[in-house]
Design a protein around this ligand. Structure first.
Ligand SMILES: [Zn+2]
Length: 491
């Protein structure tokens, strides 16, 4: 079936980066784009009128943690300073003595809850025009739940359970300990590979495998080396949290006299298809006060990918230092929504503004660079030349943003649609999302799903978890101790 989309603006592809075609046309034949240009006079079956709208490639979100993120809602404007802003330590660190389990884990054991979390994740991504996403190391059970929803709602996903030798644990006072166990690493690595071999290329090829050692300090260099060799053998991309925490930086410096990036370099893991989660605490970051830095040069020379999750980390008083320096060094910049909101447009805006402030350069971190990172940056990280762009031969993953909504003044007047989008847009302005040639969001509605009912269900389960938070929190905190209300609450 051949579909013609006639848009106000079309984001085309010029070989290296995007172009902007005024009053352009995009034509796709089933799941492949066959034409992008000014005119189209051939045959077609369906015509979509996108007058006044922006027709663009779907976003590629390279850093997603599945779930409703109820725990993370408790750590905005608060948290434990001694963990230097690392969110996972604030809400996710487990007790060394398994007297009390992580509340998120308890929740995760309830299959029904996991299904809700998976639906919520995939629906939120889809609603926000994210047509391809990378899950960044969830459990196998969560991956199974996600896979069902990817199959049902039609996204493209990179899946592979996270593996590790040992994760941070804490005692009741919060002292962190870590025990790297090679056997645990081998077992979880094997399980991840088995999972990948089972799901890779499923859902009509929309699901692909990815090798995800959860974080550089949770794995031994030996395990990382083996994981990289396996990625070579299977020709799969990799993702790993690295240079993302002050504690991690010092842990590795203490253990190996190497920075997290140098550890990755030592096992051959610096390359475009390795997606470094955050990568903001590198040796060149002046806040680390480290004199032996060469991380940025190593990263840039290798063209490694950084998944920058601007909103998630700025909430914890951190950002990249700086977007401009990373980009100029040769790092492949890509974007992730990480936890919440899963809105790529808001993330582009936040990354752009922070990029300008940190580099003290009003010409840095432009809207165009952000849009490129949210599309082509992601496709490069995954070694793909058929997503993140509108070009003949590419897959038909297309979003339509209504820049001319009669009830919205934010965008008007529009001089440049990408600047208008990055500066003034939100994901809810996306009216249509097409993935693999199939319309999955129409008139702003996710097809086959009642978002209102889902919202009610998620609010209810989150409130139940918050009401019982102290029974499961590592430090026995109540939800309102962890996250004092903005103002006194009158029940
Ligand atoms: Zn992450």
């Amino acid at each position: 079936m051949r579909t013609v989309i006639r848009g106000g603006w079309v984001v085309g592809f010029g070989g290296n980066s995007h172009t902007l075609i005024k009053n352009g046309v995009v034509v796709h034949d089933n799941n492949r784009i066959v034409h992008v240009g000014k005119d189209y006079h051939g045959q077609f079956d369906v015509e979509i009128d996108a007058t006044g709208m922006l027709v663009a490639p779907g976003f590629v979100d390279v850093h997603v943690h599945a779930g409703t993120r109820a725990g993370h809602r408790l750590i905005s404007d608060g948290g434990r300073p001694e963990y230097f802003g690392t969110p996972i330590l604030d809400v996710g660190v487990r007790h060394a003595a398994p007297r009390q389990a992580n509340p998120l884990e308890i929740a995760a054991k309830i299959a029904e809850q996991m299904e809700i979390e998976a639906i919520f994740t995939v629906a939120e991504l889809l609603r926000n025009g994210i047509t391809t996403f990378v899950e960044f190391g969830a459990s196998q059970e969560m991956h199974d739940a996600i896979l069902s929803q990817v199959e049902r709602l039609g996204l493209r996903a990179y899946l592979g359970p996270g593996f590790y030798c040992g994760e941070w644990q804490a005692d009741i006072e919060g002292h962190l300990v870590r025990d790297l166990n090679q056997a645990t690493g081998e077992r979880t690595f094997r399980a991840a590979l088995e999972y990948i071999s089972r799901v890779d290329k499923s859902c009509d090829g929309r699901v692909r495998g990815i090798i995800v050692p959860r974080s550089v300090e949770a794995c031994t260099p030996e395990l990382l080396r083996r994981a990289r060799e396996k990625a070579d053998e299977l020709n799969l991309p990799m993702a790993i949290h690295a240079a993302y925490s002050v504690i991690e930086f010092h842990d590795l410096m203490h253990r190996y006299h190497m920075t997290p990036i140098e550890v990755l370099a030592s096992v051959g893991m610096l390359r475009p298809s390795v997606n470094i989660g955050h990568g903001n605490f590198i040796s060149d970051n002046p806040n680390l006060n480290y004199s032996g830095g060469r991380d940025l040069a190593l990263m840039g020379k290798a063209g490694v990918t950084v998944s920058h999750c601007a909103i998630n980390i700025v909430r914890r008083a951190r950002t990249l230092d700086t977007w401009e320096r990373y980009r100029n060094a040769g790092v492949n910049m890509a974007l992730g929504t990480d936890t919440y909101p899963r809105d790529m447009i808001m993330n582009m805006r936040t990354a752009s503004y922070l990029g300008k402030v940190t580099s003290r350069n009003l010409r840095a971190a432009t809207s165009g660079e952000m849009f490129e990172a949210a599309t082509l940056g992601g496709s490069r990280a995954l070694g793909r030349d058929d997503i993140g762009r509108l070009a003949p031969g590419a897959l038909a993953d297309i979003i339509i943003v209504d820049l001319a909504r009669r009830d919205v003044l934010r965008y008007t007047p529009i001089f440049d649609p990408i600047k208008a989008l990055v500066e003034c847009g939100v994901g809810d302005d996306i009216t249509m999302v097409i993935v693999d040639g199939v319309v999955r969001v129409k008139n702003g509605k996710v097809q086959g799903l009642d978002l209102g009912a889902l919202r009610d269900q998620v609010q209810q389960t989150a409130e139940a978890a918050w009401a019982n938070w102290s029974a499961t929190d590592t430090f026995e905190r109540k939800a309102n101790e962890l996250s004092p209300s903005s103002f006194p609450v009158i029940e």
